[in-house]
Design a protein. Structure first.
Length: 234
């Protein structure tokens, strides 16, 4: 089935044909039906662009499998593509702490999550991410207890999230940051960048430089989707 990408973009690849090739050849044939359903539901949302790109999702699930992730945290749920992906990947007794200030969008995808019979793995917290993270830190049992974190909200605060996540994620765990190439604007001269993209471009450039020098993590910035940076907690 020639499903086009729900976010209508070709990611950062040089041609739409190449992007479609990757999706059609390697991603869509292995994408669970219920994830496709979330994609279709999300396509009707005016901000469908925000949904995690399925090719990036495939890498995220692979990383989770590789480290046997069981306890995870997600910042930025939207309609739940990456959330359902994680819920389908971790074991039956796995747990996801999922944070988003908007519950309405979470509820758009919730019927699909219920159909997948993975709702019991999800603890959805409707909150500003920083305050929810601070709450988690108050419980000592949470420190160094998470295997995996996916961060996909409020890019200007990534550095603040990073400091908390380094305390929550165990050594050997993984933190993935999404959109770290911010539509390619990180490498564009500022005068060519649309006004509304400039604040996040600025913070993304700062964050990428910061991560490059952060010896608490080993990193790889991968030009998939809108750019994802994988951090392995050392
Ligand atoms: N990972 C999601 C997916 O696969 O569909 C996409 C997440 S979307 C890019 C960003 C989400 O972050 C939105 O649902 C928005 O409500 C939420 N958000 C933005 N700023 C936030 C903040 N400061 N605290 C908590 N949630 C926030
Ligand atoms: Ca994203």
């Amino acid at each position: 089935m020639a499903l086009s990408n729900s976010n209508g973009s070709k990611g950062l690849l040089q041609s739409r044909e190449l992007f479609e090739y990757v999706l059609e050849t390697s991603v869509y044939p292995r994408e669970p039906e219920l994830l496709k359903e979330i994609r279709v539901i999300t396509a009707n949302h005016p901000q469908s662009l925000m949904s995690t790109s399925p090719d990036a999702g495939q890498l995220i699930a692979l990383l989770q499998k590789l480290i046997n992730a069981k306890k995870t945290i997600e910042i930025g749920v939207f309609t739940g593509y990456s959330l359902l992906l994680t819920a389908l990947t971790i074991p039956q007794d796995g747990k996801i702490t999922a944070i988003d200030m908007n519950k309405d969008t979470y509820e758009m995808g919730l019927p699909v999550i219920k159909k997948a019979e993975v709702e019991h793995k999800i603890n959805f917290i409707q909150s500003q991410a920083l305050s929810a993270l601070d709450e988690l830190l108050k419980d000592d049992a949470n420190r160094g207890s998470f295997d995996f974190a996916f961060v996909d909200a409020d890019k200007v605060n990534y550095q603040k999230y990073h400091e908390v996540l380094l305390q929550l994620v165990k050594v050997g765990g993984i933190i993935v940051y999404d959109n770290t190439l911010w539509l390619g604007t990180v490498a564009m001269p500022e005068e060519f960048v649309k006004e509304e993209l400039k604040p996040t471009r600025f913070y993304s450039i700062e964050f990428n430089k910061f991560l490059a020098n952060d010896d608490r993590v080993q990193i790889s910035q991968v030009p998939l989707g809108d750019g994802i940076t994988i951090c392995w907690r050392l």
